[in-house]
Ligand binder design. Sequence first.
Ligand code: CMC
Length: 434
Amino acid sequence: MTDRTASLHFSDGAPSVTFPVLSGTLGPDVIDIRTLYSKTGKFTYDPGFMSTAACSSAITYIDGDKGELLYRGYPIEELAVRCDYMETCYLLLYGELPDPAQKEDFVSRVTTHTMVNEQMQFFMRGFRRDAHPMAVLTGLVGAMSAFYPDSINLNDAHQRDISAIRLIAKMPTLIAMAYKYSSGQPYMYPRNELSYAANFMRMMFATPCADYHVNDVLVRALDRIFILHADHEQNASTSTVRLCASSGTNPFAAIAAGVACLWGPAHGGANEAALNMLYDIQAHGGVAKIGDFITRAKDKNSNVRLMGFGHRVYKNYDPRAKLMRETCYEVLGELGLGDDPLFKLAMALEKIALEDEYFVQRKLYPNVDFYSGIVQKAIGIPVQLFTAIFALARTVGWIAQLNEMVSDPEYKIGRPRQLFTGAGRRSVKPIAER
Ligand code: CMC
């Protein structure tokens, strides 16, 4: 809070109005315009929320110019090397890093909720085998409110905590089931003695006739993907979860809305789109054709974008991309894939784009999804499943933000307004006269 104010003057002689300016702990101040409409009869106009803080939050802080990302004050660079995903989940949900006993208790709560209701298999069967995993996941997560009706009261903190644990625990199981269903293999049940990431990899890649031997480098890589994607402030899917839950709907329904939003190629779908773009360039000539592709990406009439490049907030570099790049080289080295044509193509594209005037001028750097797609592909995760992995990782962020919103005394149903540009009032003519 500050005692500073901002005044708004009108050129038509309407009286000026004054608003408080609020300061957070970090980041730009905000002008508190909640009384604007009652004082002036006017709304603000800000499509895409380019200048609008829709809430106050104490969870994640991003400084896009500095390339800084903090979860509850801790830099992502430290969390990625000193903590695992379970500790990160605890931090996002409860505000502090767990001590050893708290971590043991949290891991045990998550682990004992990893199985899903057996009926879920029959629900799954309603989908086509070739359905996109994000379509399946949106349905499965939404359906959880029908399977777990004892934890759907958004206004009950205890029920919210149970639904949080259920969602974090069951997301890997549901995604692995969606994968097994699409490939016609039997579902693999979770194994409680494995870590969160290792358990997911086993449910994905083991079969009843051959167990999966967990590779520590790959498990660490996947765990890092989870940490880097766990939360990202008020992005499109998080804002969707908040808006959806603001009506008082249940947590499973709100998270399903987040999954649906994340699917879009400008958001979570970018890792899948980036890999598909690489396949496309490879199919049309590979490294030799990168120049042509970049020319098309720069042409405003082409509708082509370099997927995995650019970010709404990071206009310097994406700190997650730096960490994921490290992991990318580690995984390719571990698997001996350094000479794989697709990966060589990705690295050549990265180099050319980083040196191209168009991308340099517009500060378009590779984002986290450019590298996370390559890592997931190397691990053996099918491209269509990439965004579902992002959803798995982001679930904890969505829940932490949802909990914060519900506990905020200033929380109200979200209800944006509009600048109406349609027809004025008119009369309906009888059909014969139209
Ligand atoms: N390829 C080519 N040109 C681009 C790209 C790109 N990937 N991204 C932005 N531009 C250009 C754009 O045409 C515009 O040029 P000009 O100023 O000449 O008109 C300028 O750069 C600014 O673009 P913008 O669309 O105003 O930027 P934005 O902040 O609204 O968009 C973005 C951010 C991420 C949607 C966009 O960069 C993009 O579409 N990138 C590709 C998709 C992608 O990788 N998304 C993943 C984001 S990271 C995951 C997440 O956090 O969700």
